[in-house]
Design a protein around this ligand. Structure first.
Ligand SMILES: NC(=O)c1ccc[n+]([C@@H]2O[C@H](COP(=O)([O-])OP(=O)(O)OC[C@H]3O[C@@H](n4cnc5c(N)ncnc54)[C@H](OP(=O)(O)O)[C@@H]3O)[C@@H](O)[C@H]2O)c1
Length: 276
């Protein structure tokens, strides 16, 4: 699995990680074991960056990821989690981060993100918690998610530490962050983590011009349209992606997608194409 630098940290992380949004609460043992098997296969294939959040399955995702972490050498995994913006005071934000660490069974996150810009608390307060957690050794790196470039710039001004990443909704059918915001992140050496890289539903119902173009590129690379969709994102400098795959064959296909190098012509072909 190809590795790239996270922000300007000097640390290299896999260009593809694994999302865990779909893990549901109150399911049986077999269900969770299947999830863990998929994540284990991904780890085996080098997708050692696992993305979770306190809000996913109301803590269940962090709990399952925590079970999994306990099977590995902690340093072999890169764990990202996120603070939901419903916490209003520094005290409740600290408490939420501690609870996430407890569910994950780890001393520190590798990367901790503010999940969304908060409608309830000031940007300054949201950044204060990140500085605090770095100072306390509770996270190695910090970043944000779903922030516009302006919100990102404002956030930077409140921090003593670097924001190394912005996790954004980016894929072939939602290209605005790649076309409009990515130049800023590239210039400032910030990682753009593409979430929902397969449009959340896996593009099985994708139609129209986009499907035709993906099909033609896929044919040339002996790949699927989903692999080309993922490859399109990570063929952009400073972009990593975190597809979610429950099915083992999808996990394996995604790992292979990391090897696909698209030409300038192929990248351009997919840009600004209408999907239906
Ligand atoms: N920061 C945020 O606000 C935010 C928001 C949304 C998501 N996220 C993160 O991003 C992760 C990924 O996004 P997502 O869960 O929305 O969806 P996604 O990764 O865009 O798509 C997941 C869907 O694609 C299918 N799939 C995966 N690999 C495939 C392949 N190679 N070929 C065909 N189908 C494939 C999956 O099927 P199976 O599962 O059946 O294999 C699933 O139905 C989340 O899990 C979460 O960690 C973050």
């Amino acid at each position: 699995m190809r590795k790239v630098e996270l922000g300007k940290t000097g640390e290299k992380i896999p260009i593809l990680g694994q999302g865990t949004w779909g893990i549901k609460s109150r399911k049986g043992k077999d269900y969770y074991e299947s999830w863990k098997n998929s994540l284990r296969r991904g780890i085996e294939l080098g997708m050692t960056h696992i993305d979770t959040a306190e809000v996913y399955g109301f803590g269940t995702s962090e709990k399952i990821v925590g079970d999994l972490i306990s099977e590995y050498n902690r340093d072999d995994l890169f764990i990202t989690s996120k603070l939901f913006p419903m916490h209003m005071s520094l005290r409740t934000m600290k408490k939420a981060a501690s609870k996430s660490l407890k569910r994950l069974g780890i001393k520190n996150f590798d990367l901790y993100l503010i999940h969304w810009p908060s409608p309830f608390t000031s940007r300054e307060k949201q950044m204060k918690i990140l500085d605090h957690l770095v100072k306390e050794g509770k996270t190695r790196y910090v970043g944000v998610s779903n922030f516009s470039v302006d919100q990102f710039k404002e956030s930077v001004s409140f921090l003593n530490t670097d924001l190394v990443a912005n996790q954004l909704h980016a894929n072939i059918t939602k290209q605005n962050h790649v076309s409009e915001s990515l130049p800023y992140y590239q210039k400032n050496k910030v990682t753009l983590t593409a979430y929902s890289p397969l449009g959340h539903k896996g593009y099985s119902n994708l139609e129209g011009e986009m499907r035709d173009k993906l099909n033609s590129v896929a044919k040339a690379h002996d790949a699927t349209i989903q692999q080309i969709a993922v490859a399109w994102l990570i063929n952009h400098k400073n972009v990593i992606a975190i597809p979610k795959a429950f099915k083992i064959e999808h996990v394996e296909a995604n790992a292979k997608a990391a090897e696909i190098i698209l030409s300038e012509k192929e990248l351009k072909l997919i840009e600004n194409t209408e999907a239906s």
